[in-house]
Design a binder for this molecule. Structure first.
Ligand code: ATP
Length: 271
């Protein structure tokens, strides 16, 4: 299965609440995000076996702010996937935005440990995304709910990472302000593809700001100018995002299918 087939397969398994008939041992990854929590199981080769996700507000700007809430959600996702697969999951990997340090960096591990998964590894989110996309040479931009992180890979080695607190939450805040609606309503409006064409003019400045943030992160690194650029994270679902982000960034960018699932799939591959 190539990288995109794996992503489509994971989406299908989550949507149908089913498991792929693949033999173990299995790897588990948990993505504790600003907007959602995703648990993914893969086989040894990184083929998706099962997964589950929930919208949640337990993380802010990449940091766990509701420890107990996060733990309860991971417990539920774990129980759901265990029921689907008919086995017990006992360990897993987590990820953090690049540059997260100290106790904040430890929090994700504590959350999954509290939910019954021994933490085996903690990776940078865009590094996990690069793994899922099977990229050994290129720039991965991960635009989540609260943060925009990048990872640059050269010959399979991670040579640069950076992170900024700008993400889909800011898109929703702008929509909430423009339409004078609560944030939660703006989130729902934003996730409706039928409304994307209409909201694009309102949110375009935020997308342009994100592209500028990434451009600034890479300023002075001319050697990366020819590297392919992949954008993942839920914000990249916005119709027209690929074109508008690319225009503002000044380079062609690629958005894989189901961009929200790329990082969680990659985290599991480290499990
Ligand atoms: P972070 O990595 O910053 O902690 P996260 O892991 O929660 O956040 P993702 O799950 O990649 O980030 O993306 C969540 C963001 O994507 C949210 O802002 C959410 O509103 C947005 N999003 C999700 N689905 C869609 C959609 N269909 N259209 C537009 N935006 C979407």
């Amino acid at each position: 299965m190539d990288a995109y087939e794996k992503i489509y397969q994971l989406y299908h398994l989550i949507k149908t609440k089913t498991a792929a008939d693949l033999p173990g041992p299995y790897k588990v990854g948990v993505d504790l995000g600003t907007a959602d929590v995703v648990l993914v199981v893969t086989d040894e080769s990184g083929n998706p076996v099962a997964g589950s996700m929930r919208w949640a507000s337990v993380v802010k700007d990449g940091l766990v702010v509701d420890f107990r809430g996060a733990m309860v959600i991971v417990e539920k996702l774990k129980a759901e996937v265990e029921a689907i697969m008919g086995i017990t999951l006992d360990k897993g990997a987590t990820a953090i935005p690049p540059g997260t340090v100290g106790r904040n960096a430890l929090a994700c591990g504590h959350v999954i440990a509290g939910a019954g998964l021994e933490p085996v590894c903690q990776v940078d989110e865009p590094v996990a995304a690069a793994k899922a996309l099977d990229i050994s040479h290129g720039i991965v931009v991960d635009i989540g709910g609260g943060t925009t992180g990048i990872a640059v890979l050269k010959n399979g080695e991670l040579v640069f990472t950076a992170d900024e607190p700008t993400g889909g939450t800011h898109v929703s805040l702008v929509l909430a302000g423009a339409y004078k609606i609560p944030f939660e309503e703006a989130e729902i409006l934003k996730r409706d593809p039928a409304r994307h064409r209409k909201i694009m003019p309102v949110i375009l400045p935020v997308i342009e700001k994100m592209a500028t943030v990434v451009k600034n992160m890479l300023a002075g690194y001319d050697e990366f100018n020819e590297y392919p650029v992949y954008v993942v994270g839920g914000t990249a679902y916005l119709q027209g995002f690929e074109t508008e982000f690319g225009k503002a960034f000044g380079r062609k960018v690629h958005v894989p299918p189901h961009p929200l699932l790329v990082t969680p799939l990659g985290i599991a591959m480290f499990g």
